[in-house]
Unconditional design. Structure first.
Length: 262
């Protein structure tokens, strides 16, 4: 994965797959070396699942490895009663299109470039999210994401101690955010005001580089993120096979957990 994507590590994401969906990991080997990888994550109560982290070693590209991995992982998802969903690069998009995946909008990778529009916010209403908040957060998240992702949320919060925040209004959860090492996600909020408070609270954390955020096509928060100082770095083709519309109130999703997990 490091060779294919040119980034330092996917270890945290892989640890989540091992913990949550171990049957959703696939590798292709050649001479006892891994030359292709991929992962999938099923959300059975929503009828969909994500395919991601599909990677081929540069020396083994254009041999159909990514296609074979994607078909295998799609089969794993279908075995859980889930239609496959993915976010494709410009290079991968045509491959997935030939496999029957259809375009369903654009997922935007955005980067924080500095303080944007000044607006009244209430970051002090945000609190550190701890294990005891999980049940309440899951009840807030599931109808918006379209499925429960309890185990996944528990794992990503555990991986980033002290870097998750929850916003309450009148005693009820109004949004939450996990600040990963370089990415804000997941980020879920019903209103622009809630999102602004969550982002302001997250920017108080230490960041080694300006944070990124992966915004799904149905999000209603794109304009707010732009006003807050986020700019689009690249766009991915959001593609689905066997499902036209994802369940949930997905306009509330400001950021995916990751491009490989939804």
């Amino acid at each position: 994965m490091q060779q294919a994507y040119g980034v330092s590590s996917f270890r945290a994401a892989l640890d989540r797959f091992v913990a949550v969906q171990p049957d959703g990991m696939a590798v292709v080997e050649h001479d006892d070396a891994v030359v292709g990888t991929g992962c999938s994550l099923a959300y059975p109560d929503g009828g969909f699942g994500w395919v991601g982290l599909v990677a081929t070693a540069p020396a083994f590209e254009r041999r159909g490895i990514a296609t074979a991995i994607t078909e295998y992982l799609s089969g794993v998802l279908e075995g859980h009663g889930c239609s496959p969903v993915l976010d494709a690069s410009a290079v991968g998009g045509p491959v997935y299109q030939r496999m029957g995946f259809a375009d369903c909008g654009l997922t935007r990778v955005m980067g924080y470039v500095g303080a944007g529009e000044s607006a009244p916010i209430n970051e002090d209403a945000c609190e550190r999210l701890v294990a005891g908040d999980l049940d309440e957060v899951v009840r807030f998240d599931a109808p918006r994401f379209g499925a429960s992702r309890r185990d996944l949320l528990a794992k990503v919060i555990e991986q980033h101690p002290g870097r998750a925040v929850v916003l309450r209004s009148r005693g009820k959860v109004a949004g939450f955010l996990v600040a990963q090492d370089a990415t804000m996600g997941p980020v879920v909020a019903d209103t622009s005001e809630s999102l602004m408070s969550l982002i302001a609270a997250a920017l108080r954390f230490d960041w080694t580089s300006p944070p990124r955020i992966n915004v799904p096509p149905e999000s209603g928060h794109l304009a707010t993120l732009q006003r807050l100082g986020f700019e689009t770095r690249r766009e991915l083709r959001h593609m689905r096979r066997g499902i036209d519309v994802l369940p949930g109130r997905r306009e509330s999703i400001a950021a995916l957990l990751s491009l490989g997990e939804g």
